[in-house]
Design a protein around this ligand. Structure first.
Ligand SMILES: [Zn+2]
Length: 236
């Protein structure tokens, strides 16, 4: 179920009071319009009824895809105690539902993200039926390639964009000074990495996992010499 509530806020642009509806929980099956807002980047966007100004309201929420078995939690805080709180509530829910009334929480994937941008990226990845772990590993390779072209990416984000007039999967490249570009993200790279790493099914845990580039770097370190140094050049 999707859960919403209305709060009173002060417009940051004109200073007048206004109300705003926020969603603590977004269920994309029951409320597909919310998924669309997330994809179009209009979710959590406050439009002032007085001055017409628009501003994002930063708040935490849960995104739940029942069909694909995904829960993604947007937690702005990076503090350990807040992460523990979110995981504790997941475990309570898990214990409540798992194995009861024929309802099972398996197999479910749980993810933790810290920004609305990261949330949107996960939803696009889900929408495109990709494995976010492979997408994050791909970023390390794309990052290396960009370095060869003397581009230092602050962040890479999966999405869709027009390259040579054709809409296709891309990695948006965020550089210092607000510069943004994009490079094509080929299915070939994805497939090669997927068959190389053979990650199998997602860990069946009861915590929200942070699957990002840091996770991918750890993962590759665990492979030890298998994918270090020159061998990375074999994957293009
Ligand atoms: Zn206003």
């Amino acid at each position: 179920m999707s859960q919403k509530r209305t709060i009173e806020l002060t417009c940051p642009m004109c200073g007048k009071p206004a109300s705003f509806t926020l969603w603590d929980s977004v269920n994309n099956v029951l409320n597909p319009e919310l998924e669309e807002q997330l994809l179009k980047n209009t979710f959590a966007l406050f439009s002032c009824p007085h001055c017409g100004g628009q501003n994002y309201v930063a708040y935490d929420f849960l995104y739940h895809d029942m069909q694909k078995g995904w829960m993604i939690y947007l937690l702005h805080s990076r503090e350990e105690k807040d992460r523990e709180k979110v995981n504790a509530s997941l475990e309570r829910m898990y214990r409540l539902l798992d194995g009861k009334l024929g309802h099972t929480m398996h197999p479910y994937s749980f993810r933790l993200v810290h920004t609305l941008d990261e949330m949107r990226e996960k939803i696009i990845i889900l929408y495109d039926d990709l494995d976010d772990r492979i997408v994050e590993i791909s970023k390390l390779f794309i990052r290396e390639r960009l370095k060869n072209d003397h581009v230092e990416a602050l962040a890479l984000r999966y999405g869709w964009g027009a390259v040579d007039g054709k809409q296709q999967p891309v990695m948006y490249v965020f550089e210092a000074g607000g510069k943004m570009g994009m490079v094509p993200y080929t299915r070939q790279l994805y497939d090669v990495l997927e068959s190389f790493f053979k990650l199998g099914q997602d860990a069946d845990g009861t915590v929200y996992e942070e699957i990002d580039e840091a996770w991918a770097a750890d993962m590759i370190r665990k492979y030890g010499g298998g994918l270090s140094g020159n061998s990375s050049h074999h994957i293009h």
